[in-house]
Design a protein around this ligand. Structure first.
Ligand SMILES: CC(C)(COP(=O)(O)OP(=O)(O)OC[C@H]1O[C@@H](n2cnc3c(N)ncnc32)[C@H](O)[C@@H]1OP(=O)(O)O)[C@@H](O)C(=O)NCCC(=O)NCCS
Length: 282
């Protein structure tokens, strides 16, 4: 069933928010390409398949101009991602409407903590909507002409999924398994890492480990596989990850802020996260 969210302050002919479906993958790719994001068609397909009623498109006077996604990890925590509005349609309240639609959707499903990773452009709006700062992280990048290709055959053991729950703060196994099926997974008994295809760069992450020297050797091996351009999101202050990134020729290129809203934060243990899953889903 398609739900139409009615917009009160703009007339319906101007703006409406509708659900994103699998038929919108090309459209979502076109929109995100205009801001240079890294998602692939498979990433967007996975988002819509995982949360089929919780991804939305904003249309202004019939023109698709913005997107947002939600990704729920049970009712404990959910992520809001893919929040973008085309530059020429900004500062008219479109992102606010997309955010409110997502928040209403998640609250209707009894999600108690909503989180997101904010760019400096999005942060003021999220603060107005009641989101609090948690910690910041940096996008590190290694420049390169090409984006690497590698075998995509990942799988995670139940022991590693349990360790991930401690690090992240919630059970995200269904989403992790979906992501793992489309990437390269490297794992030991107490560490795992993923190397994922991207449309502009290979993405290193998530990497979760209880043992920093194991994490370091795993990351070294993955970076050797990934020739070319690489992105890696590192919680600020994870000195092991930061010095590894520098050794492998990556540099910090931008800062983002993890934010939460709800009765209480679901914090997890960020010191076990050597690379984040991604800013769209945590
Ligand atoms: C961040 C982003 C989604 C905001 O989209 P937007 O549609 O411009 O956001 P809104 O219009 O709802 O709100 C933005 C500002 O416009 C103001 N605004 C809202 N309606 C307005 C109107 N009718 N006239 C003028 N300003 C208005 C809001 O108060 C807000 O101002 P503030 O930031 O000074 O408080 C957009 O800039 C974007 O896509 N950026 C690139 C991608 C990105 O960084 N996404 C965020 C990922 S976390």
């Amino acid at each position: 069933m398609i739900t139409r969210y009615r917009i009160r302050s703009m007339s319906q002919t101007q703006l409406h928010i509708r659900q994103m479906t699998l038929d919108d993958i090309d459209l979502a790719m076109t929109l995100k390409d205009q801001v240079g994001w890294n998602q692939t068609r498979d990433d967007i397909r996975r988002l819509v398949e995982y949360e089929p009623e919780g991804c939305f498109i904003a249309e202004f006077e019939g023109v698709p101009v913005g997107t947002v996604s939600t990704t729920s990890y049970g009712t404990k925590v959910a992520w809001i991602g893919m929040m973008l509005v085309l530059p020429e349609y900004r500062r008219r309240g479109i992102a606010r409407r997309l955010m409110q639609t997502s928040i209403d959707y998640l609250r209707e499903r009894n999600v108690t903590c909503i989180k997101l990773d904010a760019t400096p452009l999005g942060q003021p709006l999220y603060e107005q909507l009641g989101f609090h700062a948690e910690w910041d992280f940096q996008r590190w990048e290694r420049e390169g002409e090409n984006v690497a290709t590698f075998p995509l055959d990942g799988e995670l053991s139940s022991a590693l999924i349990a360790m991930d729950e401690t690090a992240f703060g919630a059970d995200r196994s269904r989403w992790l398994n979906s992501v793992a099926s489309g990437c390269r997974v490297v794992a030991t008994q107490s560490s795992y890492g993923m190397l994922r295809p991207g449309s502009v760069a290979t993405y290193l992450g998530p990497v979760v480990s209880e043992n920093s020297s194991q994490a370091a050797s795993m990351i070294g091996e993955m970076l050797t596989t990934a020739e070319g351009r690489v992105f890696w999101d590192i919680p600020t202050g994870n000195s092991v990850a930061e010095s590894l990134a520098a050794q492998h020729g990556l540099q910090p290129v931008r800062q983002l802020l993890r934010m939460w809203s709800g009765d209480a934060n679901v914090a997890g243990r960020p010191e076990l996260q050597f690379a984040l899953l991604d800013p769209t889903t945590g």
